[in-house]
Ligand binder design. Structure first.
Ligand code: ADP
Length: 398
């Protein structure tokens, strides 16, 4: 079975074509600057990357180009788009209705339209991508995999905000949680790696990338997570502030005369590592600056690692124990310095890492960095959201 996984952003569209029998990626790539020019990069394992500049006025056009590349004589990997057995869409938000991955139909797309007000950034492009795909491949079964659905078991006292209750019932203001597909994949992979049943494990999974979230997983189910109503809540991120005292927002808006959109822009695009350092949203650049003596870069790294530590501590309390702590995503998988900072002085919680293993880890595979005296297993587990989406799509579209 061949499954195409699509991830539509506002001006981008990423794709991966999987052969599910082998689990291999046959081709992958991305369209950038949709609606404002256009560029496509197409990668086939074992061949040179192929990049083109091409006008991409819409997601429809981007998909046509992708289908053209996948079936191209020179750059393609299939002879016809009929060879695509199913399509899986990454969808950030499933609202309260879509609590699990589901087949795409009109009812779903119509519902997703209704929740655009609570998902204004990611909703419209995901809907565009789904509509375009349904139009271009009308006979091919399609599934949507939601980043929020892993959190459907979280209890109300953990997802309701202490605001007037009507904001929840009438406006949908509650914690939804994001990155669920990654946390779900990583928690399953962790159990598999340890040779244990996921139902027997208490885990904390730390997805640390440009956007970061931490999830408490009890017996394979998420019981709490750091992102909330939007992917803005939680720890400081590349450009997002994470949790702050909410009253700062009206204070700054009044003082600097900012509109709601301008304020949202500050919180989403100008804060986090970029905001603190004034240099970069990229952890690597912040680390390099800190090593050269830049005090604000050092401050940012301390704020980030302490933010992660505080959430881990609170989740150990909520889980009433911990068997496994897992690091994943760009920073979690690659940056041993951050893992060291997070795990230092955590022995009271039973968390001790092996400094050597942490530093000399093997990239790209699950890797155990547990220290000799640790009561908790500490692992690096590479995430693969696209493969998780392909697996769900395979199950739903067989
Ligand atoms: P996104 O959330 O956009 O998917 P990533 O998971 O790729 O982002 O994470 C981006 C962050 O991870 C950056 O801060 C970057 O410094 C770090 N990172 C990504 N890849 C590497 C790498 N190979 N080595 C070191 N750091 C990396």
């Amino acid at each position: 079975m061949k499954i195409l996984v699509i991830n539509s952003g506002s001006s981008s569209l990423k794709y991966q074509l999987f052969d599910m029998e082998s689990g291999n990626v046959l081709a992958k790539g991305g369209c950038e600057r949709i609606g404002a020019g256009g560029a496509v990069t197409h990668k086939v394992p074992g061949r040179e990357n192929y990049s083109i500049e091409v006008d991409l006025p819409s997601h429809d056009r981007a998909l046509e180009i992708v289908f053209g590349l996948l079936t191209d004589k020179e750059h393609g990997v299939i002879s016809s788009i009929d060879e695509i057995d199913a399509v899986g869409h990454r969808v950030a938000h499933g609202g309260e209705k879509y609590t699990k991955s589901s087949r795409v139909d009109d009812e779903m797309i119509n519902y997703l339209e209704t929740i655009v007000p609570i998902n204004p950034l990611h909703g419209p492009p995901a809907i565009k991508g789904m509509r375009a795909c349904v139009r271009l491949l009308p006979k091919t079964p399609q599934a949507a995999v939601f980043d929020t659905s892993f959190y459907s078991d979280i209890e109300d006292f953990r997802y309701i905000y202490a605001l007037p209750y009507e904001y929840y019932t009438e406006d949908g203001v509650r914690r939804y949680g994001f990155h669920g597909t990654s946390h779900r994949y990583v928690s399953q992979k962790t159990a598999e790696f340890l040779g244990k049943d996921v139902k027997t494990l208490k885990m904390i999974t730390c997805h640390l990338g440009n956007g970061s979230s931490i999830t408490a997983v009890d017996g394979g189910k998420a019981i709490d997570t750091s992102m909330g109503f939007t992917p803005q809540e939680g720890i400081p991120m590349g450009t997002r502030s994470g949790s702050i005292d909410p009253t700062i927002i009206p204070f700054i808006m009044k003082k600097h005369g900012l509109s709601p959109d301008e304020m949202a822009d500050v919180l989403n695009k100008k804060s986090g590592l970029l905001g603190i350092t004034g240099l970069s949203n990229d952890f690597r650049n912040c680390l390099a600056a800190s090593n050269e003596g830049n005090e604000r870069a050092t401050l940012a790294l301390k704020m980030l690692s302490n933010g992660i530590k505080k959430i881990i501590g609170s989740y150990v309390a909520e889980l009433n124990g911990l068997d496994v702590l897992v690091f994943t995503a760009g920073i979690g998988e690659n940056q041993y310095e951050l893992r060291r900072m997070v795990c230092e002085n955590m022995d009271a919680l039973g968390i001790v890492i092996d400094e050597e293993k942490n530093k000399n880890f093997t990239r790209g595979i699950p890797f155990d960095i547990t220290g000799e005296k640790s009561k908790v297993k500490v692992l690096i587990v590479p995430t693969d959201e696209e493969y998780m989406i392909a697996l769900d799509t395979q199950r739903l579209c067989k």
